[in-house]
Design a protein around this ligand. Structure first.
Ligand SMILES: Nc1ncnc2c1ncn2[C@@H]1O[C@H](COP(=O)(O)OP(=O)(O)OP(=O)(O)O)[C@@H](O)[C@H]1O
Ligand SMILES: [Mg+2]
Length: 230
């Protein structure tokens, strides 16, 4: 059985349907990448799967029908979600965020320290208000937070968007580590990063899946380039 199965998922904002009946599945140990133009509905899709937006259709995660579960319950079942923007809270320090992400469980400290070590710059800024971190550092912190609960599936929404090349490299290395520990559903617009991660890829266009295949093959045949050119 797949770790995640999404069937005929539909999401609307008010009267406007944005996701028009998407089917997808993520196998255990797999990385599945979603690619698509701005506004295609990638973030909406991830939020609905994570239980943060109402949707119709069916979402099964780790053997449970989680379609009507709230985000916090889905998270406790092992699904972590790293948002595209604003993954941190103003007025809380980096250390506060780490504490929250452990759900105050001391036994998660070792794991979290291990993940934190991927991003030494965060360790140097434990007392800093998280809102004053750079965009790349905020991405790193929300990454560490999501992984602190030992998830079996991580939804990552454009983890390398808008960061400097050196930070991108660090995040890509961290992504490799994540794929060793958990299954991943990744939204990534940067083709080089998506290729570095590898695996299967779905192209999202106007709220529908229009292509699917191994990312290396879709890239080599020019499918991704033509889908992303407007
Ligand atoms: N809260 C909202 N209320 C109304 N419409 C929204 C809302 N959030 C997103 N939309 C609309 O839904 C569509 C899909 O947006 P979404 O953010 O899911 O796209 P995306 O593929 O993640 O884009 P990007 O690559 O720019 O992050 C867009 O037309 C967007 O304007
Ligand atoms: Mg988005």
């Amino acid at each position: 059985m797949s770790l995640l199965t999404v069937h005929d998922l539909r999401v609307s904002y008010g009267p406007t349907e944005i996701i028009h009946g998407i089917d997808l599945s993520v196998e255990r140990g797999e990385v599945l990448t979603l690619i698509g133009l701005n506004g295609a509905g990638k973030s909406t899709l991830l939020k609905a799967i994570a239980g943060l937006l109402p949707s119709s259709g069916r979402v099964e995660f780790d053997g449970n029908d989680v379609s009507r579960w709230r985000g916090a319950r889905i998270n406790r079942a092992g699904l972590a979600y790293v948002p595209q923007v604003n993954g941190v809270f103003a007025g809380l320090t980096v250390a506060d965020h780490l504490e929250l992400a452990r759900h105050f469980r001391a036994d998660r400290r070792g794991l979290q320290d291990e993940i934190l070590a991927w991003f030494p710059v965060l360790g140097e800024r434990l007392g800093q208000d998280a809102q004053t971190l750079s965009g790349g550092q905020r991405k790193m912190l929300s990454f560490v937070m999501a992984l602190s609960c030992e998830p079996t599936l991580v939804l990552l929404d454009e983890p390398t968007e808008g960061v400097a090349p050196v930070v991108r490299q660090q995040l890509v290395e961290a992504l490799h580590q994540v794929t060793e520990r958990a299954s991943v559903l990744l939204v990534e617009q940067n083709l080089d990063t998506a290729l570095a991660v590898g695996g299967r890829c779905l192209v999202v266009e106007r709220g529908m899946i229009v292509e699917s295949g191994q990312i290396t093959e879709l890239a080599a045949s020019g499918v991704i380039e033509s889908r992303l050119s407007v």
